[in-house]
Design a protein around this ligand. Structure first.
Ligand SMILES: Nc1ncnc2c1ncn2[C@@H]1O[C@H](COP(=O)(O)OP(=O)(O)OP(=O)(O)O)[C@@H](O)[C@H]1O
Ligand SMILES: [Mg+2]
Length: 415
């Protein structure tokens, strides 16, 4: 029976090796360090040694060196287990006289094939050691005493491992590309599905709303059942708003981007004018400060949607503050331009800051501040489509600041 000595400090790995080899009818003895291995080798003879390199005490290289220097053991082939993360491993393996390398993690089938191969080659060769060949690697001198076949088979085993690793790498790359493709398709399908569902829901909803309104008109207030009718109308209205919001969200993801220089300052001023006009009846004082020439590169119509939502929020959530103060400016951070919109309004609990960009997440009650919670989700998607980042900062009753950047490639052209 062929006898193999396994030198491995990890008990689990030693056991794994034993199981694989015993399955193939080899007789396996385990040593947990190099010193123990030398003792075993002194007591009985083995046909092959498989040794880990890094172990407490003597390393696998040193064990190899000692065995190859000993007349009694120099013919026993040695496989070193390595992670082969460094070409120095190969040189040190050669210098120590190792016969083969096996890179970890290995497949059981590879290990068995390698072991059989080595035993066969070894039987064929007569195993005499040659004079030392000197090589210099990375400025260090190494004396290689292994014979030609030994060097060749060590290099071949290294090469085989590299080829195997490369094949695995290529395979996982191909799998990754396939998964990505599937993911894209699934995403498109999902997008198309939510679009058509929301679209198709509109028609039946319109008739519910239309007929309930007709009933409302025909039956005066105070009549039996009229309160229920009002509720039906209110709920149908709300549902119709939700569907419109969902459609807006999916349109933002589907829209083609048309990149060009955009003046955010000008966009913001136009939006503020609209907000003032819409709110002209109220006695509110709103101070708006917009830094000049905030030029960026992006899709103008989508960036307008960003400004409408962010300024719309700032306007809405400063309703109870006199005077309201809203500022849009930019700062330089890590070579990137970061825009920030700050207000002195109701603010929010900072613990929930990251939730605000998910659809329908609101931190204020609708009867306090109206809205469905879709605005920031839309803004978030637009910024991501510009490869930018966005986050919110705030504290209850101390205002809110939304920070956002656009991708470095789409950064400001002029400052
Ligand atoms: N400037 C702000 N100040 C305080 N809270 C804010 C501010 N902007 C956003 N929020 C909080 O984030 C939530 C989500 O904002 P988002 O714009 O998505 O929704 P909304 O304004 O409530 O509704 P919609 O924009 O759909 O009309 C808001 O409900 C609010 O709780
Ligand atoms: Mg909003």
């Amino acid at each position: 029976m062929t006898k193999i000595l396994v030198v491995e400090d990890s008990a689990t790995q030693a056991e794994e090796l034993r199981l694989i080899l015993e399955e193939e009818e080899f007789a396996v003895t385990a040593a947990f360090n190099a010193e123990q291995a030398l003792e075993r080798l002194g007591a009985e003879s083995f046909d092959l040694v498989i040794s880990d390199i890094i172990m407490p005490g003597m390393t696998g290289y040193e064990l190899c060196r000692q065995l190859k220097a000993s007349p009694a053991h120099k013919r026993v082939p040695i496989i070193l287990l390595t992670t082969l993360s460094n070409p120095m491993d190969v040189i040190q393996g050669l210098e120590s006289g190792a016969d083969h390398f096996l890179t970890k993690p290995y497949e059981a089938a590879d290990l068995v094939a390698r072991v059989n191969n080595i035993l066969e080659t070894h039987r064929l060769r007569n195993g005499g050691l040659q004079d030392a060949n000197e090589i210099v690697f990375l400025g260090r001198r190494f004396a290689i005493t292994s014979d030609k076949e030994q060097i060749l088979s060590l290099l071949v085993s290294t090469f085989e491992d590299t080829v195997r690793k490369n094949r695995q790498l290529q395979q996982s790359q191909a799998e990754l590309a396939e998964t990505l493709e599937k993911l894209k398709e699934a995403n498109q399908e999902l997008e198309a599905f939510s679009y058509s569902v929301s679209h198709d829901l509109r028609a039946p909803l319109r008739s519910i709303l239309g007929f309930s309104q007709a009933l409302q008109r025909s039956y005066p207030e105070g009549l039996d059942g009229r309160a229920y009718l009002d509720r039906i109308c209110g709920a149908a209205h709300r549902m119709s708003e939700l569907i419109d919001d969902l459609l807006k969200l999916s349109q933002v993801t589907r829209a083609e981007l048309n990149f060009r220089p955009v003046d955010l300052s000008e966009l913001a001023r136009e939006v503020v004018e609209e907000l003032r006009a819409r709110d002209s009846e109220s006695q509110r004082q709103v101070q708006v400060t917009i830094q000049d020439r905030l030029i960026c590169h992006g899709d103008e119509s989508l960036l307008r949607v960003v400004m409408e939502n962010l300024l719309g929020n700032a306007w809405k959530f400063t309703r109870d503050v006199q005077p309201a103060d809203i500022r849009l400016e930019a700062r330089q951070e890590g070579g990137q331009r970061v825009f920030q919109l700050r207000d002195n309004g109701a603010g929010f609990d900072p613990d929930y800051a990251s939730k605000l960009f998910a659809p329908f997440q609101r931190l204020h009650r609708a009867d306090e501040f109206p809205g469905t919670g879709i605005g920031l989700a839309i803004v978030g998607r637009i910024i991501h489509r510009h490869n930018g980042r966005i986050y919110a900062e705030g504290a209850v009753n101390r205002g809110a600041t939304i920070h956002f950047s656009l991708s470095p490639a789409t950064l400001n052209l002029t400052t």
